[in-house]
Design a protein around this ligand. Structure first.
Ligand SMILES: *[C@@H]1O[C@H](CO)[C@@H](O)[C@H](O)[C@H]1NC(C)=O
Ligand SMILES: *[C@@H]1O[C@H](CO)[C@@H](O)[C@H](O)[C@H]1NC(C)=O
Ligand SMILES: *[C@@H]1O[C@H](CO)[C@@H](O)[C@H](O)[C@H]1NC(C)=O
Ligand SMILES: *[C@@H]1O[C@H](CO)[C@@H](O)[C@H](O)[C@H]1NC(C)=O
Ligand SMILES: *[C@@H]1O[C@H](CO)[C@@H](O)[C@H](O)[C@H]1NC(C)=O
Ligand SMILES: *[C@@H]1O[C@H](CO)[C@@H](O)[C@H](O)[C@H]1NC(C)=O
Ligand SMILES: *[C@@H]1O[C@H](CO)[C@@H](O)[C@H](O)[C@H]1NC(C)=O
Ligand SMILES: *[C@@H]1O[C@H](CO)[C@@H](O)[C@H](O)[C@H]1NC(C)=O
Ligand SMILES: *[C@@H]1O[C@H](CO)[C@@H](O)[C@H](O)[C@H]1NC(C)=O
Ligand SMILES: *[C@@H]1O[C@H](CO)[C@@H](O)[C@H](O)[C@H]1NC(C)=O
Ligand SMILES: *[C@@H]1O[C@H](CO)[C@@H](O)[C@H](O)[C@H]1NC(C)=O
Ligand SMILES: *[C@@H]1O[C@H](CO)[C@@H](O)[C@H](O)[C@H]1NC(C)=O
Length: 625
């Protein structure tokens, strides 16, 4: 199985990626937490007009929702961007100053370029130990397990990552020690049995079906996920993804714009390949920049019966289809397999019966897809849209096309992203380490004239070269030289999973997941992002700052500081190739391996310095084990 790959560290666009071939995250022993009421009414995001999981009809707004061609950014994103970019200036100045590029006055540089959106570095999100950059990021993207983090942070009012990581006594959120198969110990109100958990989920999905919508296993999976990820009673069945755009801190530009990525299956096919149409889901829209579908639907009104890009006058508008758990589940359908484990792992016959009933209602072979029905793109762009004649849009895990890092929304030229941090925990090699395959896939797609449709990507070497040159064992920059690309593309800061203190190449379904090992994984993830807190390279923070500024330097003609030239010489891939078949890739620990038998973990202080990185690492640990 491929695992969580994420973008951590800081930057311009952080991609939280994940899984590609099979799956099965772990689950674990139940943890204790109190049963205390969470008032759904207080949550900003419980937006479904039904008040529950089912979508419901509403009066259409005077301007009836339509599907638009993917010619540029949406009016909503265009209007939001200047507000957000302005809010990034102060934190970016503060962060760059702290990164301390010797011989360079970052504060006065940013002050000079801040008046011009094209020269102000366009940064995604900071999820790493380099605190402060989160506030400077414009976008954050996730797919599959990585989408869980993105979805969860936003549905929990952009709560701090520490809060998510540490959990809170009143909440079951992020208690990955709980067995997702058996459900949480409480629903937020009362003690909850596994049978109640399944019965509640089943009843929620039944409500959706009763309202006239088909359900797929992803509906159940999305509900189960929500108990772990959405901090509200019963996992917030009424929470929608589009309502993120109504959050105060989103409206005021205080938080970045989130994306989840998913792939689509053409009708009557089961194959997902690099030429499959890729979709992004953001709070405003769901759609694709690809030359096939080439259109966007308003996320809030998905579920309405669009035809030829409009909702016919005879049809009402529907809201509430874009349930946040369903959206997260759609981006992570590979994990649907996890639910199928119930059959063999749960002892209770009652539970098995409930689950078997659920599965019996689903058509065969569709256990790993999300059926979005009605298809918003029905009758839209008939000549090119592969799903134009289909009443349903079949979406699957965003990593299934092997683009395991969700770069797609971030490399669209209209977004003008300057730098993307990609932390890759894919399990590409026999021993479950990454070898750059995900970047290779995105690069290959960018070279195919029939699918790339204007996207460009830096040159990326073959995966043998990644191993032979160690590009998967230490951070590497791609696209440093912007003339060596097929078009405008961000610089990629690639950081791949490597063993520092514990074997972080964990990919199997582990039934129990103890805190000792979890903490070691968190620590290891933090070490990956920070190169052992600077132990391996004390200039690493400077080098990240240089990468963030690189495109801006080019645009303004700024002399590149010597400290940055040193960094670029050290981290930029210089075009060397060595494609010979390498020996088995079995990387050594960079530091002494910690003893996870005893609980002797050298940690914790640093983790608190790096809440975002730590959480992300926690996600890596939680999701992939
Ligand atoms: C997008 O912008 C339009 C026009 O200003 C507005 O009516 C609509 O509510 C916005 N949609 C979202 C999801 O914010
Ligand atoms: C930009 O942000 C600053 C600081 O938050 C604020 O004072 C100013 O009004 C903003 N300008 C615009 C054009 O939004
Ligand atoms: C969301 O977070 C902001 C900033 O911390 C806070 O002011 C606001 O009250 C929170 N909203 C809800 C609904 O919890
Ligand atoms: C969950 O919500 C409760 C009540 O609103 C809050 O006290 C707690 O901090 C939240 N927990 C997380 C992890 O967001
Ligand atoms: C490029 O994409 C087209 C259309 O999707 C596909 O048929 C073709 O095989 C791809 N070419 C390569 C070299 O992958
Ligand atoms: C590309 O997509 C088309 C249309 O779905 C399909 O017929 C073709 O086999 C695909 N090509 C590859 C290389 O996957
Ligand atoms: C992308 O595809 C659409 C639809 O096929 C086409 O109209 C548009 O010109 C393409 N854009 C680029 C930059 O090739
Ligand atoms: C569950 O187990 C039963 C008995 O072994 C089997 O008949 C059934 O197909 C299984 N269901 C799934 C979804 O694997
Ligand atoms: C597109 O296909 C739909 C569904 O078959 C059809 O009703 C519609 O007329 C077609 N539109 C165009 C412009 O051909
Ligand atoms: C970029 O550099 C690589 C390695 O030197 C080379 O193979 C590739 O063709 C170059 N690409 C472009 C677009 O210049
Ligand atoms: C992790 O990698 C080491 C070698 O680096 C290997 O011995 C071990 O079997 C791998 N673990 C898994 C789960 O693949
Ligand atoms: C924690 O889990 C790991 C991996 O399964 C195991 O090797 C180790 O013995 C466990 N440690 C404790 C303290 O239970």
């Amino acid at each position: 199985m491929k695992v969580l790959s994420t973008v951590l560290a800081s930057l311009a666009s952080i991609s939280l990626a994940n899984a590609s071939t099979i799956v099965l995250p772990r689950d674990g022993t139940a943890e204790e937490y109190g049963a205390v009421a969470l008032a759904v009414a207080e949550r900003a995001l419980a937006d479904s007009p039904s008040g529950g999981y089912a979508p419901a009809s509403v009066s259409c707004p005077a301007d009836r929702p339509t599907i638009r061609e993917a010619r540029g950014l949406s009016a909503n994103e265009t209007a939001w961007l200047p507000i957000r970019r302005n809010q990034t200036i102060a934190p970016m100045t503060e962060w760059l100053t702290r990164m301390n590029i010797s011989g360079f006055d970052a504060a006065s540089y940013i002050n000079r370029v801040s008046g011009n959106a094209s020269t102000l570095p366009n940064i995604g999100i900071a999820v790493s130990g380099i605190g402060g950059l989160l506030q400077a990021a414009t976008y954050v993207a996730g797919l599959s397990g990585g989408g869980w983090l993105v979805g969860s942070i936003y549905t929990n009012n952009f709560t701090s990552v520490e809060t998510l990581r540490d959990g809170s006594p009143k909440s079951s959120v992020w208690q990955f020690g709980n067995n997702i198969l058996e459900g949480p110990d409480s629903d937020g109100l009362q003690i909850f049995s596994s049978a109640d958990y399944y019965a509640t989920i089943e009843s929620e999905v039944n409500d959706k079906q009763d309202a006239g919508f088909n359900a797929s296993l992803t509906d159940y999976w999305g509900r189960a996920l929500s108990y772990q990820l959405v901090n509200a009673t019963d996992g917030g069945p009424a929470f929608t993804f589009s309502s993120i755009s109504d959050m105060d801190n989103f409206l005021t530009g205080d938080i970045p714009m989130p994306f989840l990525v998913t792939d689509s299956r053409a009708p009557n096919t089961k194959i997902i390949s690099l030429n499959s149409t890729v979709y992004e889901i953001n709070p405003f829209e769901i759609g694709s920049w690809d030359p096939t579908t080439y259109g966007f639907a308003p996320t809030r009104y998905v579920g309405s019966n669009f035809s030829g890009g409009i909702i016919p006058d005879s049809e009402q508008c529907i809201r509430g289809f874009d349930n946040v758990g369903y959206v997260m589940g759609t981006s992570s359908t590979l994990f649907n397999q996890f639910l199928l484990q119930l059959n063999t792992t749960v002892a209770s016959q009652t539970l098995r019966n409930i689950f078997q009933d659920i599965l019996d209602g689903l058509s065969e072979g569709d256990d790993d897809v999300a059926q979005w029905q009605p298809n918003p793109f029905y009758g839209f762009n008939n000549d090119t849209n592969r799903n134009a004649q289909s009443s349903q849009l079949t979406l699957v895990d965003g990593g299934e096309d092997n683009q395991n890092i969700p770069l797609y929304p971030l490399i669209q030229p209209v977004r003008e992203v300057d730098v993307i941090f990609a932390i890759d925990s894919s399990a590409d090699t026999p021993y479950a380490w990454p070898n750059g395959s995900s970047l290779v896939a995105t690069y290959e797609r960018s070279l195919n004239n029939t699918v790339e449709n204007g996207t460009a990507f830096p040159s990326i070497p073959d995966f043998n070269t990644f191993i032979n040159l160690g590009l998967n064992n230490r951070p590497a920059f791609f696209g440093c030289n912007s003339s060596n690309m097929t078009g405008p593309s961000p610089l990629i800061i690639y950081i791949s999973n490597a063993p520092y203190i514990t074997p972080s190449n964990q990919t199997t379904f582990t039934l129990s997941y103890n805190n000792t090992f979890r903490n070691a994984m968190i620590e290891n993830g933090y070490d990956v992002a920070t190169q052992g807190n600077g132990t391996i390279d004390s200039q690493w923070p400077t080098c990240i700052a240089c990468a963030v500024l690189s495109r801006s330097f080019e645009k303004t003609g700024e002399t590149v500081p010597d400290a940055c030239t040193t960094c670029f010489n050290r981290y930029c891939w210089n075009g060397d190739l060595n494609s010979t078949t390498p020996a088995s890739y079995e990387p050594a620990f960079k530091f002494e391996e910690v003893n996870i038998q005893s609980g002797a973990i050298r940690t914790i202080g640093r983790v608190h310095l790096a809440p975002y990185g730590a959480l992300l690492a926690a996600v890596v640990a939680a999701v992939l084990l």
